[in-house]
Design a protein around this ligand. Structure first.
Ligand code: ADP
Ligand code: MG
Length: 369
């Protein structure tokens, strides 16, 4: 099922002294989620992710704009008529019901022509349980399950009606690190197997990047950029998106373009023949540094962190806007730990320029010196 959002907006009115100002939680969302894709809705806490999801599920009514499932305008339909499956962070299972009864619950609520026989309901519940691999736990109660198992039950319950759209709001947040990794791979597998159009909300960029066909990066209710994870990482439209994606985060410097050269502090680091003279913000991905004796970027050496396959050189630079400069280089590189200075050259395709005031991307040719 294709999902189309058209100028979707949600404002929460200010209420009295505690919340005096109106909040625009979702601001003019216009984009299309193709049928069968998994889209990651990504942004910091409070940027409007849950609000956007709840508008799509129907739990919230929009202030403006329309929502389409396929060709149908479903903006005014109640949640139960939209054919969506919902999974939240806190599994929200019925504690007094068994796993089987929890999964059956949405089916038992079907009325009229949609009503199913007991046998069919059980078949569907078993199928959903198998999909998330909990069919061996059907007679337990939620209290007798691990967190990961509880979340699987919640996913089975959301899937049992085979919804056209599956909505997941930070479904992995309550799981420990290992389980989080395993469950996210499971979600990906289930999504592929069922082909259900899925929207996955998270504040964790790594999670969103690894699981999604496409990501939507949000800031303060506004969708900043939509694209394949790698494209958004390589080509962020602004400094916010550049900063939000990637670990370690992008290194940001105060820089300037003068006579076709890019300077970080006193160091000329690249040629930028087409870019007008101006002060800029310069983003350098950690993998954009090359350790080089005659490298043009001169940093104060700090420390070396061993990461196995790679090493991370932590250094300092007077033009750096981050507390430290973090580079990732191959482990076979030798770093002179006695030297006070460490020198790098920069890979042009890993350097991004942004307008100093608006923080919007500045595009242009960048070349090694
Ligand atoms: P996220 O899920 O990205 O953390 P939310 O969608 O929950 O963000 O919230 C977005 C903004 O809307 C926040 O500023 C939040 O305080 C506000 N907000 C959310 N729900 C309500 C509500 N029911 N009433 C008033 N403000 C709300
Ligand atoms: Mg939320």
């Amino acid at each position: 099922m294709k999902v189309v959002l058209q100028n979707l907006t949600k404002k929460f009115p200010g209420r009295g002294r505690k919340n005096p100002v109106e909040v625009t939680a979702v601001n003019d969302f216009t984009f299309e989620i193709p049928d069968g894709e998994l889209v990651g809705l990504l942004g910091p806490s409070g940027c409007g992710k849950s609000t956007a999801l709840n508008l799509i599920s129907g739990l919230l009514k929009p202030t403006g704009g329309r929502i389409f499932f396929g060709e149908d305008d479903i903006t005014d339909l109640p949640p139960e008529s939209r054919g969506v499956g919902l999974v939240f962070q806190n599994y929200a299972l019925y504690p007094h019901l068994t796993v089987k009864q929890n999964i059956l619950f949405p089916l038992q609520n079907l009325k009229g022509k949609d009503k199913l026989s007991k046998a069919v309901m059980l078949e569907k519940a078993t199928e959903a349980a198998k999909l998330v691999q909990i069919d061996g736990l059907m007679d337990r109660r939620p209290g007798e399950l691990s967190g990961g198992q509880q979340q699987r039950v919640a996913i089975a319950r959301a899937l049992v009606k085979m919804p056209g759209v599956l909505l997941l709001d930070e479904p992995l947040s309550n799981l420990d690190a290992r389980l989080r990794l395993q469950t996210r791979e499971e979600i990906r597998r289930i999504q592929r197997e069922t082909g259900i159009t899925t929207i996955f909300v998270t504040h964790d960029q790594e999670e969103a990047m690894s699981i999604s066909d496409r990501i939507v990066v949000m800031k303060e209710g506004v969708a900043q950029q939509i694209g394949k994870p790698q494209e958004v990482y390589d080509d962020p439209v602004n400094l916010f998106v550049g900063r939000f994606l990637g670990t370690p985060p992008i290194n940001v410097f105060a820089g300037r373009c003068r006579d076709g050269r890019l300077y970080l502090g006193e160091d000329a680091v690249l040629r930028v023949p087409g870019i007008a003279d101006q002060d800029v913000c310069v983003g350098v991905r950690p993998e954009g540094f090359v350790l080089q004796e005659e490298g043009t970027l001169r940093c104060e050496f700090g420390s070396v962190e061993v990461m196995g396959r790679d090493i991370s050189v932590v250094s300092g630079h007077s033009a750096s806007l981050n507390p430290t400069v973090r580079s990732i280089i191959a482990a076979e590189n030798r770093v002179d730990r006695e030297s006070a200075v460490v020198r790098f050259s920069l890979k042009p395709q890993k350097v991004l320029l942004f307008n100093k005031e608006t923080e919007e991307r500045i595009y242009g040719e960048m070349l090694a010196l």
